[in-house]
Design a protein. Structure first.
Lengths: 345, 285
């Protein structure tokens, strides 16, 4: 597709609005996504998306703002997950799973009792960016500006909190308040992106650009900038493709973001599959599948079985020096999402 | 009370629905035990979404939905086992991207058809009340395969869950075991897809097992409990959905009602668990 036809697709008023919304949501999600990845919250983000569903249904029934309903229910879910996960025998993954499915079923129940069941539902689930209203644009712009502003203002504290919670507490920062602030930022982002890509796919726009950026650069600031740019680009290209071939817009945007990730996974310098194979060969491990001779690989082998705590620490530690490694391994990513190893079994 | 529970199932389509959810509840409960023990709820969730494009493609080609779902379920299980090993892509991120991109593929494909929203709703939420004989037989076949595999691999899977290093040291191929478990989850998802829909399968898998985990100390007890809870949730949910719809004129989606009942059972278990613990400690003293 030439550049000219790319721009031609945005001739109409609705298409311009959709374009603006896609680029704004993409950029916002990309920036927030880096923090979501840092603290390993993708599943939680997913749950937030589903959990806002009954809130939206209720808001629609009561005739109040959809954003308000979604935001309130999202906040409830943050609390429920934290409470359930604090029980000795409920690990966090299960807590999120139970909350997610329960909230979603509640939404479906509420909706199924109404007429006009399927249409509203699909628009909510997969988004409907082409029907975006000027008021939605304003909401996105305002929420986006606030979220990015807070992220910028708290950047140092949030990053320190992701890598070294003990250090953060020792420096006198309110660790729990910062955790909750971050979760609320993520929630605001999810709620804002629902009109564009829908609840199920919002998590994709948050995670995919950040994961892609992480394959290209080691520096955090560069990762955030690149991630936001990738998110915005995914929005732009995905929307153009969807208008050109008349397929669902939200899903196309997500597919573009995922395609960027898949390409990066193969060709990225240093961390791509090709580069890793080269490195493995250079280390004398020619013929070994997937570069299993890299120094850290044995460590990953040990932890790969336990999806939760050790693997969390291991994945996070690839960002910075080895010193953080031991700390993180004993502490876990965030207090709210902490995972315990069962004592009795 | 008995009539309340039994009377709805005098109608043939309700009988088929009941059989289907009993089978699925027990099956998902048994596999769910390993999902909860290994903390793989996200993997289960991912699989429920990634079979979606398979269902859509099969639907567009006029093939059996089960076959399409099966193909994509197996593909996902393979990809999941492979992608998780990449060092700079965390398990979570890989899962989230895989899940959403596959799901999007399904949405893009189905958005080309005219009956877009109605189809989407059926795939997402199932149509348990429209189950026919063939569907039941398919579920039964899948259930048999999964049950045999679970019984055969039981010891290895439990060892892998509690002591991965030990399992590896004893010469078990942990990668192959992971793949086997992912495939089993995929099979359950595939079997349940038509009845309860892709989204609510995750509830059938995670919720009964998480509730059983609260109440049981032994894997065998936990498995039995999870199967029973899953089946009971299915029964109660169907009966409640039927009763409310017929007697009170409020339409309640059957699949979502089942999930609601399951979550209720989970909350009940969470409330009872501390009492039980106290009784147990009193006994030992």
């Amino acid at each position: 597709m030439s550049q000219l036809s790319l721009l031609d697709a945005f001739g109409d008023g609705f298409a311009r609005r959709a374009l603006l919304e896609a680029v704004m949501v993409g950029g916002l999600c990309g920036a927030v996504g880096v923090h979501v990845l840092l603290r390993r919250l993708p599943f939680f983000t997913m749950a937030l998306g589903h959990a806002t569903f009954p809130g939206v249904v209720l808001a629609a029934l009561l005739g109040v703002s959809l954003f308000l309903g979604a935001a309130l229910f999202g906040a409830v879910v943050v609390v429920v997950v934290a409470l359930l996960g604090a029980r000795e025998r409920v690990d966090d993954t299960s807590a999120v799973g139970v909350t997610l499915s329960g909230a979603f079923a509640l939404g479906v129940l509420l909706l199924s009792a109404q007429a006009g069941f399927s249409r509203d539902l699909s628009a909510y689930l997969v988004g409907s960016i082409v029907t975006v209203q000027p008021s939605d644009l304003v909401t996105t712009a305002v929420v986006g500006a606030v979220v990015l502003g807070v992220l910028a203002a708290l950047h140092k504290e949030l990053v320190l909190g992701a890598f070294d919670r003990v250090g953060l507490a020792a420096l006198g920062y309110p660790v729990l308040a910062l955790d909750i602030a971050l979760l609320l930022l993520v929630e605001a982002t999810v709620v804002t992106s629902i009109p564009a890509v829908g609840t199920i796919l919002a998590v994709a726009l948050i995670v995919a650009p950040a994961a892609t950026a992480r394959l290209w650069t080691e520096r955090l600031r560069a990762t955030m900038t690149l991630s936001a740019a990738l998110g915005a680009a995914s929005g732009l290209v995905g929307l153009a493709i969807s208008l050109q071939w008349r397929v669902a817009a939200g899903a196309t945007i997500v597919l573009v973001a995922a395609a960027l990730f898949a390409i990066s996974l193969v060709v990225a310098p240093r961390h791509g599959l090709l580069a890793r194979r080269g490195a493995a060969a250079a280390l004398g491990g020619a013929g070994a599948p997937g570069g299993s001779y890299l120094p850290d690989e044995s460590e990953s082998r040990d932890h790969s079985g336990r999806l939760a705590p050790a693997a969390i620490a291991w994945a996070l530690c690839q960002w910075r020096v080895a010193k953080i490694r031991s700390l993180m391994a004993s502490i876990g990513p965030t207090a709210l999402m902490r995972t315990r190893i069962p004592r009795r079994w | 009370m008995t009539t309340w529970l039994v009377q709805p199932f005098t109608v043939p389509y309700m009988q088929r629905a009941l059989l289907e959810v009993l089978l699925l509840g027990a099956l998902a409960g048994a596999v769910g035990v390993f999902v909860v023990l290994r903390r793989l709820a996200f993997v289960g969730d991912a699989l429920t979404h990634t079979v979606f494009p398979g269902v859509v493609i099969a639907h567009l080609l006029g093939q059996s939905l089960l076959l399409g779902a099966l193909a994509f379920g197996v593909l996902t299980a393979l990809l999941l086992t492979g992608l998780g090993a990449h060092r700079r892509v965390g398990d979570d991120a890989a899962l989230a991207i895989l899940l959403t991109s596959f799901f999007s593929l399904g949405v893009v494909l189905i958005s080309r058809t005219r009956s877009f929203t109605a189809d989407l709703t059926v795939f997402l939420f199932g149509r348990v009340l429209a189950i026919d004989q063939t569907d039941l037989l398919q579920t039964l076949a899948v259930a048999t395969v999964v049950a045999i595999a679970l019984v055969a691999l039981r010891k290895e899977l439990v060892l892998r869950a509690f002591d991965p290093e030990g399992a590896a040291a004893m010469g078990y191929r942990t990668g192959a075991l992971d793949l086997a478990l992912n495939l089993l989850i995929a099979l359950v998802v595939v079997a349940a897809v038509e009845a309860v829909g892709t989204i609510l399968v995750i509830a059938l898998i995670v919720v009964p097992a998480a509730a059983a985990r609260l109440l049981a100390d032994r894997v065998a007890t936990m498995t039995t409990l999870a199967c029973l809870l899953g089946a009971a949730g299915g029964w109660l949910g169907l009966a409640a959905s039927y009763r409310v719809s017929v007697d009170h004129g409020i339409r309640l989606a059957a699949g979502a009602t089942i999930v609601g009942v399951l979550v209720g059972l989970f909350l009940l278990a969470a409330a009872v668990a501390p009492l039980r613990r106290r009784l147990l400690t009193a006994d030992t003293r």
